[in-house]
Design a protein around this ligand. Sequence first.
Ligand SMILES: CC(C)(COP(=O)(O)OP(=O)(O)OC[C@H]1O[C@@H](n2cnc3c(N)ncnc32)[C@H](O)[C@@H]1OP(=O)(O)O)[C@@H](O)C(=O)NCCC(=O)NCCS
Length: 124
Amino acid sequence: MAASLLANIEKGKTIGVVAEVDGKVVGNSEVTRGTGSQSHVGFLGVGVAREYRDLGIGTRMLKTLTEESRRIGLRLLVLDVYATNARARHVYKKLGFREAGTMPNMACTKNGYVSVIRMFLELD
Ligand SMILES: CC(C)(COP(=O)(O)OP(=O)(O)OC[C@H]1O[C@@H](n2cnc3c(N)ncnc32)[C@H](O)[C@@H]1OP(=O)(O)O)[C@@H](O)C(=O)NCCC(=O)NCCS
């Protein structure tokens, strides 16, 4: 885990949910609180180890992370996802995230330019 992430967790700026299988961390997700006028907004990231994908782990972690985000008073979750990432988009949509818009060719990857979709979930 990156040192900056640990520092943010200690300062209470970031909350994280990990998934463990047989004592091994196979998934990680976090929400980092925005600052100033965006301190009610959480910026979300998630990843599951390749061999543990499509087992429901990402969905479980994100459900818990959403509940925790609500509990600490966040009002809006925001994330960016590659347009080509069909699985992630499916999971986010299933959990109620909506698409705000698409930034064309925003990411330069080894496979060429990829559009980036910003998604959001309002928490009540
Ligand atoms: C995206 C990610 C976090 C999802 O976690 P996961 O544990 O694999 O997801 P789950 O098993 O909970 O759910 C997968 C769902 O996607 C569906 N799916 C799989 N491949 C798909 C595809 N190509 N297109 C659409 N849906 C797909 C599965 O059928 C399943 O749907 P269901 O829950 O309706 O049955 C994980 O796959 C991952 O880490 N991917 C690489 C990193 C990444 O993309 N991170 C997010 C960056 S924004």
